[in-house]
Design a protein around this ligand. Structure first.
Ligand code: ADE
Length: 227
């Protein structure tokens, strides 16, 4: 899989993409991430990529020309299944969306800034708009990093069997059951005995029961969504 990210802050991705699971996916060659500085695509001599909104109002608006030039140059080289704009008013990200996107070969993520982007970008260039939550970030970069992480961990081979994404919260519509590690007793706080009984069937039943109980307590809307 290939992910192209268009941004005016390329350095923001250095940290998240150079550690842990994303790093592993990159070094195994299972995914490649290409970050494009939007300013490289403007014809403006001051490298400006934003301008005042027609009709006034607070805030600058990202211009269509550099975005179009960047997206057009990428599309000339390969076919993209989705060109995604990260926006607080987009489709709320969930596991099903990440699962679908993880099956794509090529994706473009556009990170917005300022007060928004020229609406014509959304109308003519973007195929999908995604929000990572009902709050406003300073730009789309952190949202793009979150989306990228949630997709890459699903690509076969990125995780090993032990950390398989199939056992993630939300994959079966439930949050994960509690987990424990050594020591068996700490401060008189004990690990549930069933986890030490060695009977896989019993343990699985306990995990399912706990996942169900937790989902009902913490995220009851997930159980309703499954109806
Ligand atoms: N850009 C700003 N806020 C955002 C959000 N919540 N999700 C996606 N992109 C954003």
């Amino acid at each position: 899989m290939r992910i192209d990210i268009i941004t005016i802050f390329p350095e923001m991705f250095q940290g998240p993409f150079s550690e842990s699971i994303i790093k592993r996916g990159l070094s195994k060659g299972l995914v490649s991430i290409h970050i494009h500085q939007l300013r490289d695509f403007t014809t403006d001599k001051h490298k400006r990529v934003d301008d005042y909104a027609f009709s006034g109002g607070a805030g600058m608006v990202m211009m269509i020309e550099p975005v179009d030039r960047c997206i057009t140059s990428l599309k000339a080289q390969r076919t993209y299944e989705e060109i995604i704009y990260l926006s607080p008013d987009g489709l709320l990200l969930n596991q099903a969306i990440s699962n679908q996107l993880s099956l794509c070969e090529n994706l473009i993520l556009l990170c917005g800034h300022y007060k928004g982007i020229d609406e014509r970008i959304r109308e003519h260039l973007i195929t999908k708009e995604i929000s990572i939550g009902n709050y406003v970030l300073s730009g789309g970069e952190l949202a793009a990093a979150v989306l990228t992480d949630s997709i890459i961990r699903l690509i076969p081979g990125v995780l090993n069997d032990e950390t398989s994404a199939l056992s993630d919260s939300f994959q079966d519509g439930l949050v994960s059951p509690p987990v424990y590690t050594r020591p068996r007793v700490y401060n008189n706080w004990e690990v549930p005995a069933v986890l030490l009984c060695g009977d896989d069937k019993k343990i699985d039943a306990w995990k399912y029961e706990k996942a169900l109980e937790r989902t009902a307590q913490r995220r009851p809307e997930l159980l309703r969504d499954n109806d």
